[in-house]
Design a protein around this ligand. Sequence first.
Ligand code: ADP
Ligand code: MG
Length: 264
Amino acid sequence: MLGKENRIITVANQKGGVGKTTTAINLATALAAIGERVLIIDFDPQGNASTGLGIERHERVLSSYHIMVGEAGIAEAAMETDVPHLSIVPSTMDLLGVEMEISDQKDRVFKLKKAIAAFGEDTYDYILIDCPPSLNLLTINAMAAAHSVLVPLQCEFFALEGLSQLLETVGQVRSTLNPNLDIQGIVMTMFDSRNNLAQQVVDDVRSYLGDKVYRTLIPRNVRVSEAPSYGKPAILYDLRCSGSQAYLKLASEVIQRERERKAA
Ligand code: ADP
Ligand code: MG
């Protein structure tokens, strides 16, 4: 356990459908399963992380929207999930309008950071922020609030396309809003071992990004894609499936990196 020093990890990639939400949910569940206290902040108006953790729309009374406009604190908005030690600040479509609503406010990029700071650092060991598929004000808020960025990349031909823009944005946030922002790591998702191209893509990404890429590859696995419709993380839906096992491995790599960072 990390004790008072929590870690805030933003899961980001401006491409949709690359596995951000799946990674946020299952990494969070894996961390919670070993006793870490984890909060997911659903920062995508689509609310897929909320749905995937079984939070029905009518239950989402206070959401990340209310955090962003200052109408609720994180402690009030956070809801428990069926996973012990895992809570979520849900999101709703209201979040779509937030950029306009706060556009004239000076501290608009620091709304989330301030909200996290306001509720104290010792409630959770990990806070994972599930970003929308965009480099918009929400994602910038998430990067400004985080210690590190975790980037899911889908194992497909165009995996690297857009990555330089994402890394540039991380660089800009680091030089202006958040000097300590780090890359937690790059996780390759939806790997299909029967597809020769997939291995080629992994090799290319590794040669470009080196050991920032996690050793764990998340396989394409139908059980992982079924789980959200039951409102469950894959790890609860089917612990034995290859996808769940991979996410458990990923969690141990994340923890290992955190240990190394602390020791450094
Ligand atoms: P994002 O949040 O980046 O838009 P998602 O996590 O929602 O991406 O994933 C996009 C789609 O791919 C979803 O339908 C999800 O269930 C599916 N998916 C994600 N990871 C896997 C996987 N490892 N195996 C099979 N399907 C997956
Ligand atoms: Mg998503």
